[in-house]
Ligand binder design. Sequence first.
Ligand code: BYC
Length: 469
Amino acid sequence: MPDYAEKIPNNVDLAGDRRLQRALESWQPNFLSWWDSMGPALPTQDVYLRTAIDVRGEGWAHFGHVPMRDYRWGIFLAERDPDRRVAFGAHKGEPAWQKVPGEYRAELQRLIVIQGDTEPASVEQQRNLGATAPSLYDLRNLFQVNVEEGRHLWAMVYLLHAYFGREGREEAEELLHRNSGSEDSPRILGAFNEETPDWLSFYMFTYFTDRDGKYQLGTLKESAFDPLSRTCEFMLKEEAHHMMVGTTGVDRVVERTAQVMIEHDTDDVTAHGAIPLPVIQKYLNFHYSVSLDLFGGETSTNVANYYTAGLKGRWLEERRKDDHLLADDSMMVEALVEGQIGQNEVSALTGLNTDLRREYIADCAGGVKRWNRILEEAGLPQRLYLPHVAFNRKVGAFAPIEASPSGEQLSADEWAERKRQWLPTDTDKTYVRSLMQPVHQRGKIAAWVAPPRNGINGQPFDYEYVHLS
Ligand code: BYC
């Protein structure tokens, strides 16, 4: 159990390694000054936050009001299984690695840096949302997500410091220097340089983009490098709350829109301060398609090498019924075939980004089903949908072409003419932003979103989740 009297709470016996402890203690003030300048901008006294206190079982978190700057960002790895063995690739069956093998150092470091880069990026993207929160409950959830993304940065920085020497320490510094949307030193992956300017975007981001996080962490949890595996396992536990924020956030927007549509017998809910279904669909289209890009190319030699080396596995690797080597297997992946949207047969190893993307897509379909159930139960005929995998892609096989949400291939001119039907326009964004008036009174909620069914940790909706300063 981590000791909260320590400067950096941890369950990795930091006190037993003075050099590492000093190195992380000297990174800590840089983290805090990054948090002060790039973290949540709204001034608060304290927030009802959960803090991890144990990596095991149900009672792993403590809830209480804490000033956000005093949140105890710590280093927590899931418990070590001394018998753990590599589950896939060329090293299958060997004991999991407690150190980084020299031959895989560069690749492992790269994966950890990419993962680490997304965490502070999302905090930066969400920096100004507090000013327009629809309720104190939502405000608290935003801050919970933010402090935990900060902790996930700590998780990757710990690995860089502990296992990658001077280069690792330099990369840890860089994680605080790159910034979301910066011209000179942007974040590494595309979606993390997009804005999150309003709460509909925030819910979509936590549904679609955090869910990429869930799947990527799931593959890194399979890693032969045991400290990476263990840290991802614990991160996934925290991630579940972020998924809940996205899923129920979109639920509540759809629910409110449906209510207004029925109450006023109209599709045009703007006169009543709700968000029209076509606008919700456009936001969904945008966030889903940029999140699909986060899985990399449909075919990738990088991912084949990561897998064979044992660095990054498949989603639920151990449940797969095959040889876990995949050297002789093939699969069909989405591709451009003679310039047309189609499928190609490729080696199963180079298709692993597609394999993961498909798991993710199936999961995303679950959200759409939920939201459509809300529409159905309200008695409305309209439905939301996931756009085609080729729609609005900037990475991978479909980056060179344009396609409609139904998968119809379009010329550049047709795309330019029609994309406003499918992606949020300036008018849509301005309208959504116009609804973003803060509701910071206890028990109150904005008119464009329904209240949640449940509060946090058994507290009611009208609990004082945040004390503003
Ligand atoms: N944007 O071989 P390819 C999260 C680069 S989210 C820009 O197809 P690969 C979170 C790629 O690096 C999860 N560049 O890609 C969510 C490569 O460059 P090089 C984050 C991109 O390597 C919400 C080239 O294009 N974690 O945790 O097979 C809130 C060719 O690419 C992009 C991870 O992603 C892009 N979207 O797969 C908070 C896990 N995509 O080598 C947190 C770690 C590709 O030619 N990362 N490129 O210079 C990885 O596993 C892999 O690096 C990727 C890419 C899946 C991202």
